[in-house]
Design a protein around this ligand. Sequence first.
Ligand code: COA
Length: 503
Amino acid sequence: MSKENRIHCAALRSKVMSATEAASLIQSGMNVGMSGFTGSGYPKAVPSALAKHIMDANLNGKRFKIGVWTGASTAPELDGALAMVDGIEMRLPYQSDPTCRKRINAGEMEYIDIHLSHVAQFVWFGFLGKLDVAVVEVAGILEDGRLIPSSSIGNNKTWLDQADKVILEVNSWQSAQLEGMHDIWYGTQLPPNRQPIPLVRSSDRIGEPYLRCDPEKVIAVVETHAPDRNSAFSPPDESSKRIAGHILEFLQYEVKKGRLPRELLPLQSGVGNIANAVMAGLNEGPFENLTAYTEVLQDGMLEMLKSGKLASASATAFSLSNGALAELNADLARYRERIILRPQEISNHPEVIRRLGVIAMNGMIEADIYGNVNSTHVMGSKIMNGIGGSGDFARNAYLSIFMTPSQAKGGAISCIVPMASHVDHTEHDVQVLVTEQGLADLRGLSPKQRAKAIIENCAHPNFRPALADYYKRALEFSPGKQTPHLLEEVFGWHLRALRGERM
Ligand code: COA
């Protein structure tokens, strides 16, 4: 489809301008809600033009910084470009950009790491201040001004609703066949007027395929033709394959015990290579007719849709490699029947996750011997990415599984430690821990029983004796206590790593 026929609304066509002109409408100090989620559906032109504008202001001795709110991580053209010119005062929520990460950890950028399901409602509640401008990528505009969403939905509904002004990027690179895939529910209300979300099967459609936007608020429309950040996944390594194997075996056991149906319950799979490898494992496993209620749809899930193992998938965004994207686009009309993209407030909604009985599988940085999980901070202080949706899912899932290789940095670091240096998911929200060494099923175990299971099943043999020794001495020091610790040495493991020594 050519650029011309993506904008069918005359009133909005009259607002077409260049990215530079549109960016000049954004002022320093504004909060800007950008589309974008895990490298898909982010605006491709305005943020870069704004970065240039900020650089020029800086060269003239003027400070120019904005608040950047998104769905989740974006791409070098957005987070990277704005962080490079030190143009971000405050960033929220999940990010994974190296320049952003560097600035945050250098104290040059404020970062608020919020559960992804909380962002939209925090904006309606007024907890985050005023949203001045929305910059949202869409795949097209209908005659009546409704918008065809792009390859992610994220918080776009909220940005379009709440922002004073709207800048639209119409990206003709996005397949026109995305039209009809999305499901936007306009039934959200503020407490005390909230109603149940009428979604009882992961494949239910409860809303409409278009985003609404008051044309009066639109101050600019920018045409683009640019690809998403489609990153390749590493092929599953031995460690990921073993993690996937343990999870498969566990799920089979649960079916045998009658605690899961044969087609399991809707799957949620987190970001990254391990999550992708687990999907590859499931694709080769014995389960049929699976469903997914997840946040991101990565290559592994697309493969499962292709093979027929996965009947349907609900998410808020794609996160695909170029190869997988080509596969999707070649057959989009067919995939569209089985893929639903929703706003992240719905894809990650605790009510729905609890009702559907989601099986949540997420990566982590480290876990401690009692089952507290750190998903976000290296050595307690340095942010990696953010909590993303892992907390939305973990607390409300039917089964919450966290996985990691047992060691990091060539074996210098144990991912099982006496006490997590930062806690995102408490022992109360973590039911299963998995490393390539094995799986610890923590359901129904007391803290002391959990410590035994985690050390024996999940720790690497190089660290297992030291962890067992720590635990034994902690028990001796605090006989009978509920959760024994040696407070004077508990972070000695991290301190050694910070000194560059083996943990
Ligand atoms: N201490 C220090 N560094 C560690 C570590 C530890 N215990 N464990 C892992 N790392 C490092 C790795 O060495 C690697 O570093 P590198 O980038 O320099 O190579 C990096 O952390 C990523 O680790 P990796 O094993 O490749 O894991 P991953 O790609 O599966 O990502 C998380 C793991 C935790 C970073 C990722 O899952 C995440 O951001 N999770 C939070 C958000 C989330 O769960 N979202 C999904 C919800 S739907």
